[in-house]
Design a protein. Structure first.
Length: 218
């Protein structure tokens, strides 16, 4: 019986729809959407392929820092660290580690509110069984081209007037959805169904309303 169950689960995993999800670990909105995607995986035949982008690269280099406050520029300069560590981890252990490491980093950054704590990167690496020494990548430019290449794959499709997350569904990329809190259970599946429906419409660009609340990580 156990063998039959394992075979069924393997078949379901192989038949799951692959969705690409670009994130910067520092973004709270991408974090919430990523937790929604994990819920979607429980109720729909979907598998998330986690990929990196960089808010620092987008805002400071591609946008040349235009219209940004000094405080935001300083925040963006620090944003390189976490995504560099994720890139280093992927080079060390393969792309399968990206999702678990994102969860370990994001939980500390967002749910625990430890955005200024230098211990979060080595802790997160240790949690997923990686060498804590990879945390030194935060201060290195060694992996920046890998980050930029992954970033450009997404933003060459959606344009530079958006941020993170970017999701590619059935070959079409779109910014969002921006939601709070993350829907759970069948509510997560229903939002997925709606997104998959509108994103396939040729010429569909935007649905939007003003945000009237802060990110909720519940």
């Amino acid at each position: 019986m156990k063998g039959c169950v394992a075979a069924i689960m393997t078949e379901q995993a192989q038949s799951a729809e692959n969705v690409q999800f670009w994130f910067d670990p520092l973004c709270p909105w991408a974090w919430i959407t990523s937790r929604w995607m994990l819920e979607v995986e429980k109720v729909r035949p979907v598998r998330t392929d986690w990929r990196i982008m960089s808010l620092a690269y987008l805002n400071l280099i591609q946008h040349e820092g235009k219209g940004l406050s000094e405080e935001y520029v300083e925040r963006m300069s620090k944003a390189w660290g976490p995504v560099r560590v994720v890139a280093a981890a992927a080079q060390h252990s393969g792309p399968g580690v990206v999702g678990p490491l994102y969860t370990a980093i994001g939980t500390r950054l967002h749910n625990q509110g430890r955005r200024e704590d230098p211990k979060i990167l080595p802790e997160a690496l240790a949690e997923v069984g990686l060498p804590e020494s990879l945390a030194s990548a935060a201060e290195s430019t060694e992996y920046d081209q890998i980050i930029k290449d992954s970033h450009n794959e997404a933003f060459d499709e959606v344009g530079l007037d958006v941020g993170t997350p970017v999701i590619r569904v059935r070959g079409k990329a779109m910014f969002g959805p921006v939601i709070t809190p993350a829907p759970k259970g069948e509510a997560a599946g229903e939002l997925w169904d709606g997104l998959a429906l509108v994103i396939k419409a040729d010429g569909f660009f935007e649905l939007k309303r003003s945000r009237d609340r802060k990110p909720s990580f519940d």
